[in-house]
Design a protein around this ligand. Structure first.
Ligand SMILES: NC(=O)C1=CN([C@@H]2O[C@H](COP(=O)(O)OP(=O)(O)OC[C@H]3O[C@@H](n4cnc5c(N)ncnc54)[C@H](O)[C@@H]3O)[C@@H](O)[C@H]2O)[C@@H](O)CC1
Ligand SMILES: Nc1ncnc2c1ncn2[C@@H]1O[C@H](COP(=O)(O)OP(=O)(O)O)[C@@H](O)[C@H]1O
Ligand SMILES: [K+]
Length: 507
């Protein structure tokens, strides 16, 4: 499923109208009807439904919805919340059809009586503003939205919660808090941004007949279980341990032995063929009892921290994950040259490794294998010399620009994790929940990503599937044996078994 900007949505609209010859009025009819089919699953004929209609095409959809639901026997009151002259073009044509059907149209005259009337509604359908919104809502729509948000009714937004911008970059906006949003044709970027996504509530996408095969692809899509099942690695019956990757995880210290242990355990639970742990000498006795399947490489240390990468036997591995629990001391930054000179195969750089790679970014494009950076927004802000607020506002464009400029894969972690290829293709993975908002979740993810990268023919698929396995495991555990409070990163590792059983039995 593609993710679009408002501009890309309008372009799709224009191809449908100009190239295919579907009229704007017909598209609006399609949109309104598709929304009714979806919304009908959420409402009943004994509920009182109010449709709030604004001045653009979103309002036009509102007229179609009000007419269609009434003809289907629902109790609908339509409220036009803008003046008559604002209803123009296709929306005006649908207003005429609504009126010609003999249905009554309420006009919002004063806010007090409007508010009183809407107190009776069980369901409000918000067709006030769509993707054409610019800036904060102007009066009286700001008051209309404020009234709507205080009503007890279940709120369904059409295409987008009114007031929420479609694109990234939103700073200050008033908006409808929807319980459910019925999105037209393709989710907009704001459905995935931390500041705007909560206003959508639950959401679903309906198709209105745009000719997608004629469009330039946005190269931005939502990743889901069906896609994962289609692309999940298959373990051949006659395979041997070398077929599934020989990885090394580099990190950990006397002070933080757990991080590398969790990465290693997660990689082992995710099917890697052979795994070595290169860590500070003093941490090996602490973690070895938990990792009987791994081998160890003892690295020189300084005050309990890894001092250099000299003892890593690079020739033995075809993939590496580095950075968990290594601290940010500048002495290790120079050691990154070892990595680029001697490592073989894909390289995942996480956590403190991100701090060291910043000065070595110019080496990434020349490395003959994929380089994968897995920052959270704080680490990405450090990499790009921006504020975390900017990263949260512009995650799609910032990661795309960065990945293309440096020839790296970027996995920007969060409730909506954005995965970007060096060519700028993007996938968004939304599974997981707040049970993961704890130290250690990222270490587990790195292990899963390393193992899947070494077992998959496509790095992009491996990264998207790894994020999905991680998030789905958390979702299942917090529904069954755990809560979002008590879930630990180590529980997540144990929970991988059930997730892999599901995926491997389906492939
Ligand atoms: N292919 C598509 O994308 C289709 C889209 N349709 C609908 O059309 C919508 C987009 O239509 P429009 O481009 O007319 O956009 P809107 O329906 O969002 O309306 C934009 C108008 O609202 C007003 N406005 C903008 N910002 C405002 C603010 N801050 N305060 C107060 N008023 C403001 C302006 O007068 C502007 O012209 C979509 O969201 C969707 O609901 C459907 O009708 C059919 C097909
Ligand atoms: N609220 C949340 N909803 C969904 N996933 C989350 C949430 N909070 C964190 N995560 C996931 O948990 C992981 C946290 O990684 P990171 O921030 O690197 O943690 P750490 O380095 O402490 O282990 C990421 O995969 C992220 O996507
Ligand atoms: K809306």
């Amino acid at each position: 499923m593609e993710i679009v900007t408002a501009q890309e949505m309008y372009e799709r609209d224009q191809v449908a109208i100009q190239t295919v010859g579907v009229s704007g009025v017909m598209l609006m009819e399609n949109a309104g009807r598709a929304i009714c089919d979806d919304v009908a699953k959420k409402i009943t004929t004994d509920q009182r439904i109010a449709v709030l209609i604004g001045g653009g095409n979103n309002g036009g959809d509102g007229f179609v919805i009000a007419r269609t639901l009434r003809t289907r026997g629902f109790q609908v009151e339509a409220w036009q919340v803008v003046s008559d002259e604002k209803i123009t073009g296709d929306a005006h044509a649908h207003k005429e059809m609504y009126m010609n059907s003999g249905f009554y149209l309420h006009h919002m005259e004063d806010l007090t009586s409007f508010q009183k009337a809407l107190q009776q509604a069980d369901v409000i359908i918000d067709a006030i503003l769509g993707i054409g919104v610019r800036g904060p809502l102007r009066p009286p729509l700001d008051q209309v939205v404020s009234i709507l948000n205080d009503l007890p009714a279940y709120t369904i937004s059409v295409d987008i919660p009114s007031g929420v911008p479609a694109d990234e970059g939103a700073e200050d906006f008033e908006r409808v808090q929807a319980d459910y949003t019925c999105i037209i044709e393709a989710p907009k970027m704001s459905a995935f941004l931390q500041s705007t996504s909560p206003y959508y509530g639950e959401w679903n996408v309906v198709e209105i007949g745009l000719p997608n095969h004629l469009m330039d692809q946005a190269n931005r899509e939502v990743w889901n279980v069906q896609e994962a099942l289609r692309s999940f690695p298959v373990r051949a019956p006659h395979s041997h341990k070398g077929s599934h990757g020989k990885g090394v995880v580099i990190g950990g210290s006397y002070h933080m032995p757990g991080s590398i242990a969790m990465t290693a355990k997660a990689a082992l639970r995710s099917g890697i063929g052979l795994l070595a742990i290169a860590t500070s000498k003093s941490s090996i006795p602490m973690i070895a009892p938990y990792l009987q399947e791994a081998t160890f490489q003892s690295l020189q240390e300084e005050d309990g921290w890894i001092r250099n990468l000299k003892n890593v036997d690079w020739s033995a591995f075809d993939g590496v994950a580095i950075g968990m629990g290594i601290r940010r001391s500048t002495s290790l930054t120079a050691q990154m040259d070892e990595l680029f000179t001697h490592a073989n195969g894909p390289m995942i750089i996480d956590a403190d490794g991100i701090y060291h790679i910043k000065e070595k970014l110019d080496k990434c494009a020349g490395y003959p294998h994929p380089v994968i950076l897995t920052p959270h927004p704080g680490e990405f802000a450090y990499l790009t010399d921006c504020s975390i607020a900017e990263v949260m506002q512009f995650p799609f464009s910032m990661t795309r620009n960065f990945a293309k400029a440096n020839g790296v894969y970027v996995v920007l972690k969060g409730p909506s994790t954005i995965i970007t290829t060096p060519e700028g293709q993007q996938r968004v993975e939304t599974s997981g929940n707040e049970g993961l908002a704890k130290g250690g979740s990222g270490d587990v993810l790195s292990g899963i990503l390393l193992a899947l990268t070494l077992q998959s023919s496509s790095v992009f698929d491996a990264l998207a599937n790894g994020c999905l396995v991680h998030g789905k495991t958390a979702e299942r555990l917090t529904k069954t044996t755990h809560s979002t409070f008590d879930l630990l990163a180590t529980d997540l590792i144990d929970g991988l078994s059930e997730t892999f059983r599901t995926f491997s039995s389906s492939t």
